[in-house]
Design a protein around this ligand. Structure first.
Ligand code: ADP
Ligand code: ZN
Ligand code: ZN
Length: 744
């Protein structure tokens, strides 16, 4: 059932549905009173349950199973590993009450000639139409659009296209149809704007790429997983393309995963160039019809109609693949692969490895700065390791310049939030008509506003966070729940009108860079400017076409994008990356800085990166300066070993929420005590997280660190039992307990 209920339920099969109901098929049933739901059949059996109130299946909406055998196994694995119900996995896997029955094919009318005609016959028809010039026009236009040559197969011509060509109405074509000259034919077409099936051969690999490619293939002979560690712009994508081609050639499907929707725009073009219409793309911006079409095409066995290659974000794991041969996880280190809320709180990289195993497929993890977990697995020999240490075309990695903000402020050299080093680099690039990316990991104008008289700061009414000022809409917005209020003109506390903005986000940078460089064309890419379906494509295309000189953005612009003319990258504030209170903060800052730097100077010449920081001696920044991933790994691995963090232990986090603070504390302590009896000193907390209230729920967390050698299934069972014990308490009210396995 698509619900957060435990277990599976048995229904009887009415006689007319016998033989139709099978595992994986969707059935409409009543559940919990009179509500109707669509469930998925797990198995068909003849063991009548004890309860004699067995409800019947009401209807079977589809003619074939929506979910295949491997998907069912995958769902069950996911619910067990990530400690949620199978129904929660199902809800994530089959978004909205889809699919196939909502799916209405798009029908398009094409125009053809009613009969095969010789040139002579055609000319005589055209002559006869002299008295009907519009019809004559229409027929000539048809002949032109279909590239008509007597004896050859004409190209299909869309009726809508023909009408727009002749600027006329349907009536003209109707007349030609009535005369038996033209024939309208209705055909099903794709909604997904699929390219023609023309394909370009894959690029020849350089020697270094060729070596890595061969290494990957030879590792795959006895290992399932390869980590491809290749510096930015080393040509990892080209190697993937070779591996994809090999899989498609032997009739296998390939799943190519990316952490961010914004990245699909460019990569899809690169892939369709080689693999044409066999390439589908899957992400959260699709509507139900598009989703349904993809679902159908992925499960299709038809080589002409089916998708053989899917490019997608984490939810693409749930598509009904029939025979995957390879899963590629690009930017494998990226935190966006982890789903935080709601359940299943899965990590798409780790889940993809399991999915590949179920298919007997291989997995390739790619990154310029691998996660500590994956690199550790590679060093231990659990994964194979292939490396690319140079950029394609012998272009050097970008030169990194550190700009000391503390000193620049002291010497009064800052212009707004920009150091002289950054301004100089931008100016220089603009002078040569090159492009610039400025990275700031905060959206909005300023992260908070403050009364300069009394220090009052507006906070969200239901979350323990400051409200972010968004100048464009003149409102203060909560980034956790969306709550917003108009920008206040006076302090709530002392009524002074001296409210000032503090810190800066992308919106402010956009405003101020326009003032400093009034002639530059400036654009911004963040959550706020990409709410519309095609907004990513538009911004990226405009940047590619050099209609934008300076692009400002959040982490959205930091990864994977490949721009020819981009030479300067500015990181506006490295400090707030490094000072984040999390054991992965240093790893993440390194990865982010390395990624965003990697956008600079990918084609002709070496790029330059300016990192603004108040602490240029910071050890992580020193490593970024040298692009020194291995030292970062060593440093992080030692730290995590010493303080017992993943990958040297397993972590399970329990989030406890309640609307009343007192009750929360009570239950959190109770659960903590219960868990400590089982796990002893492996239990940390309960404690208040950095953000201790979201959407009027108070929050506490308990962290459990379990040795790698201990059987994880046992631990999960103990935790589930402890939680069940608390849940059984009377009058728990609004208590919510959520388990997060491998939290991120
Ligand atoms: P990465 O995925 O490692 O960041 P890409 O595959 O995007 O690197 O390669 C960087 C640039 O170099 C791209 O523009 C790509 O088209 C080009 N490139 C890489 N390998 C080749 C090759 N073998 N032949 C031609 N161009 C290549
Ligand atoms: Zn005040
Ligand atoms: Zn809020």
């Amino acid at each position: 059932m698509p619900l957060a209920v435990k277990g599976r339920y048995t229904y009887s099969i009415p006689e007319p549905l016998e033989g139709i109901v099978c595992p994986g098929i969707r059935v409409n049933v009543q559940f919990g009173g009179n509500r109707m739901y669509s469930g998925i059949v797990f198995s068909v059996h003849d063991r009548k349950p004890d309860s004699d109130k067995l409800k019947p299946i009401i209807a079977v909406p589809d003619t074939f199973p929506l979910v295949n055998d491997i998907q069912l196994k995958f769902w069950i694995w996911m619910s067990e590993y990530y400690m949620c119900t199978e129904g929660e996995v199902m809800k994530a896997a089959l978004p909205s009450d889809i699919v196939i029955d909502n799916y209405k094919p798009r029908i398009e009318t094409f125009i053809t000639l009613a009969n095969r005609l010789s040139d002579r016959e055609l000319n005589s028809i055209l002559d006869k139409l002299v008295k009907a010039p519009k019809q004559q026009d229409a027929l000539s236009a048809y002949l032109r659009l279909s590239e008509y040559v007597a004896g050859a197969e004409p190209l299909p011509v869309k009726k809508s296209h023909l009408l727009s060509e002749i600027r006329s109405t349907s009536a003209v074509i109707d007349s030609l149809t009535a005369k038996g000259i033209l024939l309208p034919v209705a055909k099903e077409v794709s909604r997904l704007g699929i390219a023609d099936s023309f394909t370009e051969p894959v690029k020849n690999l350089s020697q270094e790429q060729g070596n890595a490619h061969m290494a990957i293939k030879s590792i795959f002979r006895d290992k399932e997983i390869v980590l491809l560690h290749g510096v930015t712009s080393s040509g990892k994508t080209e190697i993937y393309i070779h591996l994809i081609e090999e899989q498609l050639r032997v009739g296998k499907q390939v799943l190519y995963m990316l952490p961010e929707i914004a990245l699909t725009t460019q990569i899809i073009q690169r892939l369709r160039k080689h693999f044409g219409a066999a390439t589908g793309v899957y992400h959260s911006r699709l509507n139900d019809h598009e989703r349904a079409e993809i679902w159908k095409r992925v499960s299709s066995e038809d080589v002409n109609d089916g998708y053989r290659l899917i490019l997608g974000v984490r939810s693409s794991l749930f598509l009904p693949f029939g025979n995957l041969g390879l899963i590629i996880i690009d930017e494998e280190h990226d935190g966006s692969y982890k789903q935080h809320d709601p359940a299943p709180r899965y990590h798409a990289r780790d889940s993809a490895i399991m999915l590949a195993m179920l298919h007997g497929a291989k997995t390739i993890l790619g990154s310029a700065s691998p996660s500590i977990e994956s690199y550790n697995n590679a060093l231990k020999g659990k994964y194979g390791l292939a490396e690319l240490m140079e950029r394609y075309g012998q272009i050097k990695l970008p030169e990194i310049v550190l700009a000391n903000t503390r000193e620049a402020y002291r010497k009064k050299l800052m212009v707004s939030h920009f150091t002289p080093e950054l301004l100089y680099a931008i100016d220089d690039a603009l002078g040569r008509e090159e492009q610039i990316i400025l990275f700031q990991n905060r959206r909005g104008f300023s992260p908070y506003i403050e009364c300069s008289e009394c220090g009052w700061i507006p906070v969200c009414v239901q979350c323990a966070v400051n409200l972010t000022y968004h100048k464009g809409i003149a409102r203060l917005v909560c980034h956790y729940c969306g709550f917003s209020i108009p920008m206040p003109s006076k302090c709530d506390s002392c009524h002074s009108s001296a409210m000032v903005t503090k810190g800066f986000g992308t919106e402010k940078i956009e405003d101020e860079i326009k003032i400093v460089f009034p002639n530059a064309r400036v654009a911004r890419m963040d959550q706020d400017t990409t709410r519309n379906k095609n907004s990513f494509d538009k911004i990226i295309k405009a940047f590619e076409d050099r209609q934008i000189d300076i692009l400002i953005g959040t982490q959205m612009i930091s990864k994977g994008l490949d721009f020819e003319n981009l030479t300067i990258v500015g990181i506006l504030n490295a400090d707030n990356l490094l000072n984040f209170p999390d054991f992965r903060a240093h790893e993440r800052s390194f990865q982010l800085m390395e990624q965003v730097s990697g956008r600079a100077g990918r084609r002709q010449k070496q790029g330059r990166v300016v990192i603004q920081t108040s602490d240029p001696a910071n050890k992580i920044i020193r490593l970024v300066l040298r692009h020194d991933y291995r030292s970062l790994f060593k440093l992080q691995a030692e730290e995590r070993m010493t303080f017992n963090y993943p990958p040297f232990c397993r972590m399970i986090k329990i989030n406890i929420r309640h609307k009343e603070r007192e009750r929360l504390n009570y239950y959190a302590d109770l659960l903590g005590k219960e868990l400590k009896e089982i796990f002893g000193r492996r239990v940390l907390g309960p404690e208040s997280p950095v953000i201790s209230q979201i959407q009027s729920w108070y929050i506490k967390t308990i962290l459990i660190k379990i040795e790698r050698e201990k059987p994880p299934a046992k631990a999960r069972q103990f935790i589930a039992e402890a939680i069940a014990l608390i849940d059984k308490e009377k009058g728990t009210g609004s208590l919510r307990i959520a388990v997060d396995v491998d939290p991120y």
